[in-house]
Design a protein around this ligand. Structure first.
Ligand code: MGP
Ligand code: SAH
Length: 255
């Protein structure tokens, strides 16, 4: 038996639920973070280990940023190639761009939302890599024909946290254009493409991206866990697929 509320005795489990709700509301108010984003705030140090050194986020940044260890593994993967320039086409608040820069790449970070670019610049400064990232405010699709790089990194919007309620996430659900169009635009830059996708993505469609390419591209698909929680799927195309990795789901070397 627990607390008495309105003359009713609350069971302990309910009391703890109410305590958690109150804690969530309190922290949300204090930090100016919407309460629906509280679960991401609790993961803040796995998103940015230097969070307390002045990291800045907006709402979309909270639920979209790639956890630091996963972004670092994307960068480590690319570092096995003799590549110098990475184009981060949907850079957000900088989670991936920072880790590529920390690995020594020159990064062109494209992001359509100027506020996120301000935050990404700030966050890159926190990690001491601002000078290795060129930030471009703009629409990736308009810029793609003019961009030059060795590796293209894609982590487009998945349509918000509700993506996880869908049984199978198909590539047409990616934003702001479907996955096939995003991939086509990326291929104008390089066939070495790394794509971070929802854990429930339709893998047969991801394979389709590789064999619909001309010539077909090597593909490796990797599951990305944080402890025991599956956070996303990374598809490595072209030369990036030929680098050995710890947990590949599938390796299709078509070329
Ligand atoms: P999640 O599934 O919303 O959170 O996002 P979590 O904590 O796994 O929740 P659970 O309760 O479902 O287990 C997991 C990770 O996916 C985030 O940390 C982001 O890296 C990534 N992610 C989520 N969304 C909605 C997006 C998105 O729209 N775009 C991109 N690029 N990444 C996203
Ligand atoms: N990998 C990033 C998160 C990317 S979320 C990180 O770790 O921080 C996807 C981002 O794509 C969002 O910030 C969104 O503003 C941006 N975006 C959406 N449409 C775009 C477009 N047409 N061109 C460039 N960026 C775009």
């Amino acid at each position: 038996m627990g607390t008495i509320v309105d003359g009713q005795a609350l069971p302990l489990a309910l009391k703890s639920k109410k305590r958690k709700q109150a804690e969530r509301k309190g922290i949300s108010r204090e930090k100016g973070i919407a309460s629906c984003l509280f679960k991401y705030w609790r993961q803040r140090y796995s998103l940015f280990s230097r969070y307390d050194a002045g990291i800045k986020m907006d709402d979309e940044g909270w639920f979209s940023v790639t956890p630091e260890a996963i972004a670092a593994s994307h960068a480590a993967h690319a570092a096995s190639l003799s590549a110098a320039v990475v184009i981060d086409c949907f850079a957000g608040v900088g989670g991936n761009a920072i880790q590529f820069a920390a690995r020594g790449f020159l990064v062109i970070a494209v992001e359509i939302d100027p506020r996120k670019v301000d935050y990404a610049v700030n966050n890159a400064r926190v990690y001491g890599v601002k000078d290795r990232i060129e930030f471009v405010v703009g629409d990736f699709f308009s810029l793609a024909p003019f961009l030059k790089g060795d590796v293209v990194f894609l982590s487009p919007p998945w349509g918000g946290p509700s993506y996880s309620r869908i049984q199978t996430f198909t590539l047409d659900m990616l934003k702001p254009k479907d996955g096939y169009m995003i991939f086509q635009a990326a291929q104008k830059i390089s066939p070495n493409i790394i794509m971070f996708l929802p854990r429930n993505v339709d893998l047969s469609q991801v394979e389709e991206l590789s064999w619909l390419s001309c010539p077909p591209l090597a593909l490796k698909i990797e599951e990305n866990y944080m402890e025991t929680s599956l956070k996303g799927i990374t598809a490595y195309f072209g030369d990036t697929a030929l680098v050995p990795s710890k947990s590949s789901l599938l390796k299709t070397d078509i070329s």
